[in-house]
Design a protein around this ligand. Structure first.
Ligand code: ZN
Length: 144
C-alpha cells in the first residue's frame, strides 16, 4: 500500500475535450459525418474541422469540449460511433501536460502527441475563473 500519495479530486476537472482525428484524404468523410451526428445529439462546443495539424495534435482533427456530467453519455456514444477514427478524451485540469499524457482515455488506436509545446501547469488555472463551456450546438435528434 502506498502511503505517500492521495487521490486527486474530481473537482480538479474543469471540463473535458474529445479530439477526433482523421486523415484529410482517406477518412474526412467519416469525420464529417461524426461531426454532424454530435452536433445533432449533444450540447457541446464543437470546433471546425482542422484539416492541418494544430498544437500537440499530429493529425487533422476536430475538438468536442464538454462539461463533466456529459462524460457518461458522450464517451460511450463515441465508442459505438467513431467509425474507426482515433479519439483522445482528456480532462482539463491545472496539470495540462499530464492531462494529455497521463490521464487521457483513447478510443481506437492511440497517437503520439507532439508534447514539446505543452507546459506542465496552466499558469492561470487557479487565478482566472474557469469559463463554462459555451455550447454552439442545438441538438435536435431524439435520444442518442
Ligand atoms: Zn484538448
Amino acid at each position: 500500500m502506498l502511503t505517500n500519495v492521495s487521490p486527486r479530486s474530481i473537482a480538479d476537472i474543469a471540463n473535458f475535450h474529445a479530439h477526433v482525428y482523421y486523415d484529410a484524404d482517406r477518412t474526412r468523410a467519416e469525420a464529417t459525418t461524426l461531426h454532424g451526428w454530435i452536433a445533432e445529439r449533444f450540447r457541446v462546443h464543437l470546433s471546425p474541422m482542422y484539416d492541418t495539424p494544430v498544437g500537440p495534435h499530429p493529425m487533422p482533427m476536430f475538438e468536442v469540449a464538454f462539461e463533466v456530467p456529459l462524460y457518461g453519455r458522450l464517451v460511450p456514444w463515441l465508442s459505438l460511433n467513431r467509425m474507426g477514427l482515433s479519439v483522445l478524451v482528456h480532462p482539463n485540469t491545472e496539470r495540462i501536460r499530464d492531462d494529455h499524457l497521463v490521464q487521457p482515455a483513447w478510443l481506437g488506436a492511440p497517437l503520439t502527441l507532439l508534447v514539446d509545446g505543452i507546459p506542465e501547469l496552466s499558469h492561470n488555472f487557479r487565478t482566472a475563473p474557469v469559463r463554462p463551456i459555451e455550447p454552439n450546438t442545438t441538438p435536435t435528434a431524439i435520444g442518442t
